[in-house]
Design a protein around this ligand. Structure first.
Ligand code: COA
Length: 382
């Protein structure tokens, strides 16, 4: 067997430079284009953060106004796309619907293969604008409800909540705190350097393939429960545990059975995830407003039990508070990862632009550990 050093899972490998974001596990911090993510979540809207990721600078008020006008104008989806979403099996995961929808949008772009950064920025804005309309349509059809046209006046998060929940008196659009908590979650999910889905997008881009193919691949990578799918798995765990009094035993049993506890641990952060405190605060506020104290208690017991019963003191990642936060906002669990896509599209496409601007085909080596070289038996040659 070869003596080559293997970096299983590419752990610890620095594959390239990026100027999009910096993950600093030693200080438990994260910056987008140099700005701490906590400050962005506190002072900016998701639209401003998208602009920042794509353009490298925060927008002036005039730039933001023009950017928002363009985003709002791109929210509509055509009849063909509505029919495509409606025709997808109800048994499939909503991530499959999104992947197919992005493919459909890409098939309509005659310039899909261009490497022009301005065109890719336009494509990215179109995807950012249309994904919420597609996700909302999928949520509604599974509830037996019809398509709701996007608003051309509301902000990004408010419009999505409006398309999903309408404007009745129970709708979160009447509650500024709900809209802000949702917007914060999108900012925190937007970008995280060379995570699995972003790296997938960069690998696909590196072959000089098109943006839509890179995004479809990234959606596939994000779907997995070790990555974006974890926010759904977190909520399934909490629902399965049922009540706070069962939470400790629930975690201890999982650890005893050597099962993964979803929403805990991280490939890069080993002393806590930089995004958790901001999301945890938003989750606590939502719980306060929506009678969700039970989920907070469960959250605390599970986090404490994991910390105290793992030798490396495993802590929650962003998916742990965002799962129950989305539940409190009223979303069905299977839509938690599609919501993640609505946000991470901004980071993916910022990396696609960066990869294109300084491309080198991504193609690692492998060490062979299969059968020794041998000849095909004579009877097969006959
Ligand atoms: N539950 C139980 N055990 C865990 C764990 C978890 N969530 N995360 C890590 N561990 C264990 C590992 O199995 C490993 O045990 P071992 O030494 O007996 O093999 C040990 O802790 C060290 O793991 P580590 O090297 O820190 O993990 P990793 O970098 O290989 O994996 C993840 C990182 C994210 C894949 C892993 O933590 C995980 O699967 N978490 C759950 C899924 C999740 O929440 N994903 C979203 C990530 S943002």
């Amino acid at each position: 067997m070869s003596e080559q050093k293997i970096y299983k899972g590419l752990a610890g490998v620095v594959a390239d430079y990026t100027g999009v974001s910096k993950v600093m596990p030693e200080s438990n911090s994260l910056t987008y284009r140099g700005y701490p993510v906590q400050e962005l979540a506190r002072y900016c809207s998701f639209e401003e953060v998208a602009y920042l990721l794509w353009n490298g600078e925060l927008p002036t008020s005039d730039e933001l106004r023009r950017f928002s006008v363009r985003e709002k104008a791109l929210r509509h989806i055509d009849r063909g796309l509505i029919d495509l979403v409606q025709s997808m099996p109800l048994s499939c995961h909503p991530m499959d619907v999104l992947r197919s929808a992005v493919s459909y949008i890409g098939a309509q772009d005659p310039e899909a293969y261009t490497k022009d950064s301005d065109h890719i920025r336009r494509t990215s804005l179109e995807l950012m604008a249309k994904l919420p309309t597609i996700v909302a349509l999928d949520i509604r059809r599974r509830r037996g409800e019809g398509y709701k046209e996007p608003s051309t006046k509301m902000g990004f998060s408010e419009n999505f909540l409006y398309m999903v929940f309408g404007d009745g008196e129970d709708s979160p659009i009447h509650n500024r705190a709900d809209i802000e908590a949702f917007d914060k979650s999108l900012i925190l999910y937007a970008e995280h350097s060379f995570n699995a889905s972003t790296f997938t997008a960069r690998v696909i881009t590196s072959t000089m393939s098109d943006t839509y193919s890179a995004v479809c691949g990234a959606i596939g990578a994000l779907k997995g429960p070790l990555h974006g799918g974890a926010n759904e798995a977190v909520m399934h765990q909490m629902i399965e545990a049922g009540e706070p009094e069962n939470a400790e035993k629930y975690i201890l049993d999982k650890l005893a059975n050597k099962e993964l506890v979803m929403g805990f641990g991280h490939r890069v952060y080993k002393k806590g995830d930089s995004r958790v405190p901001t999301m945890e605060a938003a989750f606590r506020e939502l719980a306060e407003a929506h009678d969700g104290q039970k989920w907070v208690e469960m959250y605390e017991i599970m986090a404490k039990t994991m910390y105290e019963n793992t030798s490396i003191k495993i802590m929650p990642n962003l998916d742990f508070p965002s799962g129950p936060a989305y539940h409190l906002l009223g979303f069905e669990v299977q839509f938690f990862t599609p919501i993640f896509v609505m946000s991470r599209i901004t980071g993916w496409t910022a990396h696609i632009i960066e990869q294109n601007e300084n491309n080198s085909l991504i193609r690692p080596l492998s060490a062979y550990n299969g059968h020794d070289e041998r000849s095909v038996p004579a009877k097969s040659i006959d």
